[in-house]
Write a protein that binds this ligand. Structure first.
Ligand code: HXC
Length: 265
């Protein structure tokens, strides 16, 4: 670690709220989940980031080591393949020896009406978002049980109004919401908390580029702005920290009120 790393202190949370904690973040090499990984590290956690492409992960880890002064391990694995995920979690445990915070963020998406969606396309998104969340969590469970850890799943507001062009993502993310609640019930007695963050329209993300390819002018947000990755970071820090020690089974919508608005279409 370089001694002249500049660690921003602008967060509204204390720098050390996650000191001693270790996180495992799928999808943590880019977009919203990279922000989540970075925020966890900035507040004291050591972090493993996981996605399919090692070169992208290593570049992200290098960047985040410089921006936070924190410790990052990059491990390539596809959340759809439980054998790959077992190897990834084993690498994490061999490196850090514990796991306190699991973020299930790996996701895939694109716009398509149901009648144009191939069987394989529908299945691909279900496999990444929903089955990937199950695979990763089931494999992490013994370690979360040992640490009395916390799960943060990432879903979306899309299912709440049956968003057009999004049957695949709606089905997957509704399932992710449901798993978050089930795990709160099943594992609360073991000391594990399970929550979910449902981001709305977040500026400068792959998701926004894919879901609003013609721009965001028609996106209606009562708060009056698009979300920023740091809005999701703040929700993550809250749910991962002791501040949320009595909070489980919740889906925290972070969307500026966007999903409440009727579509202009
Ligand atoms: C229709 C498509 C398609 C598209 C792919 N497919 N893109 N169908 N429209 N634009 C079809 C393919 O033709 C194929 O079906 C099947 O989906 C699988 O595609 P592959 O490319 O073979 O699979 P894979 O490489 O695994 O890619 C998975 C993916 C991809 C989901 C399709 O987009 C992906 O991995 N993306 C990861 C990054 C990503 O999308 N992140 C954004 C998450 S945003 P056939 O029948 O031809 O075999 C998000 C936002 C939530 O989650 C909400 C925010 C508000």
């Amino acid at each position: 670690m370089s001694n002249n790393v500049v660690i921003p202190t602008s967060s509204i949370f204390k720098d050390d709220i996650l000191k001693g904690k270790v996180a495992f973040v799928t999808g943590g090499g880019s977009g919203i989940c990279k922000g989540m990984a970075e925020a966890l590290a900035r507040h004291g956690a050591k972090v493993t980031i996981v996605s399919r492409t090692l070169s992208k992960l290593e570049a992200a880890a290098k960047e985040m080591r410089a921006s936070t002064g924190g410790e990052f391990l990059a491990v390539a694995a596809d959340v759809r393949d439980h054998k790959q995920m077992q190897v990834a979690v084993d690498k994490h445990m061999a490196h850090y020896g514990r796991l306190d915070i699991l973020v299930n963020g790996a996701a895939g998406n694109f716009l398509s009406l149901s009648q144009h969606l191939s069987f394989n396309a529908f299945r691909s998104v279900i496999e990444i978002d929903l089955i990937g969340t199950f695979n990763t969590t089931k494999i992490c469970f013994p370690h979360l049980k040992a640490s009395k850890g916390s799960i943060i799943n990432v879903s979306a507001t899309l299912p709440y109004n049956g968003q057009v062009f999004q049957s695949h993502a709606c089905a997957a993310k509704a399932g992710v919401d449901a798993l978050s609640l089930v795990w709160a019930n099943e594992w609360g007695p073991l000391g594990i908390r399970s929550n979910c963050i449902a981001p709305g329209p977040i500026a400068n993300t792959v998701g926004m580029a894919k879901l609003a390819p013609e721009g965001t002018d028609s996106v209606r947000v009562p708060i009056g702005r698009l979300g920023e990755v740091r809005d999701i970071e703040h929700a993550t820090l809250y749910l991962a920290s002791e501040a949320a020690s009595y909070v489980t089974g919740q889906v925290l919508i972070v969307d500026g009120g966007n999903w409440l608005q009727p579509s202009l279409e």
